[in-house]
Design a protein around this ligand. Sequence first.
Ligand SMILES: Nc1ncnc2c1ncn2[C@@H]1O[C@@H]2COP(=O)(O)O[C@H]3[C@@H](O)[C@H](n4cnc5c(N)ncnc54)O[C@@H]3COP(=O)(O)O[C@H]2[C@H]1O
Ligand SMILES: Nc1ncnc2c1ncn2[C@@H]1O[C@@H]2COP(=O)(O)O[C@H]3[C@@H](O)[C@H](n4cnc5c(N)ncnc54)O[C@@H]3COP(=O)(O)O[C@H]2[C@H]1O
Lengths: 141, 141
Amino acid sequence: VDVSQFLSQPAESLMIAADNVACVYVDHTLEHALLVLTHSGYSAIPVLDTQSAVRGLIHTNLVINTVAGLDGYHMESLSHQTVGSVMSDRVPTLRRSEPLLKALELAINHTFICVVEEDGRLAGIITRKALLGKLYQYVRE
Amino acid sequence: VDVSQFLSQPAESLMIAADNVACVYVDHTLEHALLVLTHSGYSAIPVLDTQSAVRGLIHTNLVINTVAGLDGYHMESLSHQTVGSVMSDRVPTLRRSEPLLKALELAINHTFICVVEEDGRLAGIITRKALLGKLYQYVRE
Ligand SMILES: Nc1ncnc2c1ncn2[C@@H]1O[C@@H]2COP(=O)(O)O[C@H]3[C@@H](O)[C@H](n4cnc5c(N)ncnc54)O[C@@H]3COP(=O)(O)O[C@H]2[C@H]1O
Ligand SMILES: Nc1ncnc2c1ncn2[C@@H]1O[C@@H]2COP(=O)(O)O[C@H]3[C@@H](O)[C@H](n4cnc5c(N)ncnc54)O[C@@H]3COP(=O)(O)O[C@H]2[C@H]1O
């Protein structure tokens, strides 16, 4: 198997399944989102809607910037704002059957790519780490 | 030029120069570090000592976790703690002349690699984005 055979494999072959992906919902509070982000250790995680469709991403920096004021950080306002009102909706998605070459192209500018079912529900994510690990194996040979 | 010629090029050929790298110093407060992290938008940045040698990394999640308590976030204590006391010292470094293949290997588990001078001073960083962008160009041909 050479690198071009690897990159024509389907996206689902390299994804972390949705069950193992930390995520939050559009109606959750920013307080809850910050808890999930800091406990998981991830700097950004997917945001889903009630049908588990991918709606956006939420970053720790984005949450902190939302409550940063001239006189300090208003952490008490985190429980009054929802994830949906501040999340970034620049989230790259791929279908399970799309080739990994497409995931590599998207990974240049995104730290992870969401893999979705035909109806938009989250199936899993492909991370830069997984792609880099594989590419390293192929280029060394 | 094929991919193996690219990967035998020196690390300095793909780095962002130190002048353009957001960083903080070991003696800075966590309050200052959080400001630099949230204003730059980066989730982790290098920590330098007074001789500009690389000493560690600081992440936004790490700063928030430091002040997270059972009854909320104690942001006022950020100004009483130094970066050096909480930073993570797991920071991969390379010298300018080391090959990009080594940077690729380190980038599997690190979002960026610090390139250092012989005396340990920061010369620049190599990002996963830069490596992925180049690799994509080579594998598409
Ligand atoms: N608990 C852990 N154990 C080992 N290594 C860890 C780790 N947390 C982070 N890292 C390392 O740090 C990189 C950047 O993590 P970050 O959270 O900024 O950025 C992450 C995060 O935003 C997201 N991500 C990764 N796994 C996730 C998951 N299971 N659930 C939700 N989001 C995830 O994808 C981005 C890229 O992940 P990637 O693996 O390429 O790259 C990861 C990985 O190399
Ligand atoms: N202002 C911006 N403009 C355009 N794209 C942006 C951006 N900020 C972040 N990104 C995108 O998000 C990725 C992850 O950023 P993050 O801050 O988690 O993780 C970053 C950050 O921790 C660090 N980094 C990158 N450039 C830096 C700089 N000039 N100074 C200090 N740290 C930097 O290296 C990690 C990997 O960077 P990489 O470029 O591979 O990957 C970046 C890039 O693809």
